[in-house]
Design a protein around this ligand. Structure first.
Ligand SMILES: [Fe+2]
Length: 428
């Protein structure tokens, strides 16, 4: 398999002469997201799973420098040859690196040096993109841009977790849009017939390698909910002793409840009426999708509700026909919002945006999947154990980064992402 077939579909969605402008637009958003923050904000790390903003700014730059500029630009001189040790994330084949849990201890280079690093790499990228690209180069550029989109989302979720550690719970921004609490219709389930379907990516446009090969799956007859579970609905689970009754929980999940003292979603206040957002503490919006819950909590809620989580095949079967529209980062809420529902038109809502939806599917290779040779092959494939698939994107995702076949994955105890619940049921 060539490099290009491993990281992209046969025809790239990126076309010259827009490449340079689009690349700078994507790169520029990362820096715009960091602008409301102080240098002190940008250097701190709240937990091993999260990274400092300064590290995100540098690592995404290192990615372009390492996978593109060093490979394609003759006589390219790295900004600092030692940066690989600091800003390589997990690429074993690219050498030693600083441990992830200690990224917050990297007081050098300074934020201003990292911004100078970004500027040099952006200048070099712009010059390089003014020439022609072959297929492999175009595929790697597109991978780098989607990688940057992933880190834009992580930057925001990591900042939220960081600011939450401060007892004053400061806002990331005080000028964000505030969602309305809309009346919500009772959840409805749409029945889907048994059949053979194809899932996975094929055709034009970008995909990550883990979305391929496209293949046939047997879809069992099932019902899938028309919208995600709301905050108000999740509150009822808590009030019904959902966190105190072991019979709702998987054994590993119950162990997490006990050892970590979970009693409510991350960021909820003890009164179950308020939560921390990127705009600071605010009243919980009852009709908005519940978020910041682990797979274990999603699974326990589903069992309490007499349902289950959809498989990723079921999720993709329903999402395939839906437009990629919804509440994404450019809406500027930076939190889940309630969809305006009508009583008469049964439709599927909010598959994209608002919250990543936990599925009941383990993150495994599709039949025939092969990771590419070399460092780029480490991007997705080596993480295919002990994690669960999430689908659909969130309120801090960018729309141009999402599609029905996109497979996100996190460990089942992860709570700091905007992760929520869509229910499904068997048809017996
Ligand atoms: Fe990365």
């Amino acid at each position: 398999m060539t490099l290009s077939t491993a990281v992209r579909s046969p025809s790239s969605s990126l076309r010259a002469p827009d490449l340079a402008a689009y690349t700078m637009q994507v790169r520029g958003l990362t820096q715009a997201l960091a602008e409301p923050l102080s240098p002190e904000d940008c250097g701190a790390q709240s937990m091993p799973d999260a990274s400092p903003v300064k590290w995100h700014l540098a690592h995404t730059t290192w990615f372009f420098e390492t996978f593109l500029l060093r490979r394609y630009v003759r006589d390219y001189r790295e900004f600092d040859p030692q940066f690989g040790l600091l800003f390589n994330s997990y690429y074993e084949s690219l050498g030693a690196r600083h441990p992830r849990p200690a990224r917050g201890l990297l007081t050098r280079p300074s934020l201003s040096e990292v911004l100078a690093y970004r500027a040099q790499v952006d200048t070099a990228l712009g010059e390089w993109l003014s020439g022609g690209l072959d297929d492999d180069a175009r595929a790697l550029l597109e991978l780098g841009l989607h990688h940057e989109r992933q880190h834009q989302e992580l930057l925001l979720t990591d900042v939220k977790h960081l600011l939450f550690q401060n007892p004053l719970q400061p806002a990331y921004r005080t000028d964000l849009k505030t969602p309305q609490n809309r009346p919500l219709q009772p959840m409805r389930f749409h029945e889907v017939a048994e059949g053979l379907i194809e899932i996975g990516h094929a055709g034009a446009g970008f995909s990550f390698d883990n979305e391929t090969p496209r293949h046939t799956q047997l879809l069992q007859a099932h019902r899938i909910a028309d919208r995600p579970v709301s905050n108000a609905e999740y509150r009822e689970f808590i009030r019904d002793d959902g966190y105190r009754r072991a019979d709702f929980w998987l054994s590993d999940g119950w162990a997490q409840v006990q050892s970590r003292g979970w009693q409510q979603p991350l960021y909820w206040h003890d009164d179950l009426q308020a939560s921390f957002s990127l705009g600071g503490t605010q009243a919980l919006i009852d009709s908005a999708p519940v978020s910041h819950i682990s797979f274990y909590e999603a699974d326990a809620y589903a069992r309490w509700a007499g349902a289950r989580l959809p498989t990723e095949v079921e999720w993709e079967a329903s999402a395939n026909d839906l437009p990629v529209s919804g509440n994404f980062v450019d809406e500027d809420f930076l939190q889940p919002t309630a969809h305006a529902q009508t009583q008469d038109i049964p439709r599927l809502h909010q598959f994209f945006g608002d919250v990543w939806e936990w599925t009941g599917s383990a993150y495994l290779p599709y039949p025939g999947f092969r990771a590419a040779a070399g460092a780029v092959g480490e991007y997705n494939g080596k993480f295919m154990s002990n994690q669960m698939v999430l689908r659909g994107g969130s309120c801090v995702s960018h729309a141009d980064h999402l599609r029905a076949s996109y497979r996100n994955f996190f460990y089942p105890d992860a709570r700091w992402q905007f992760s929520g619940i869509r229910l499904a049921q068997d048809v017996s």
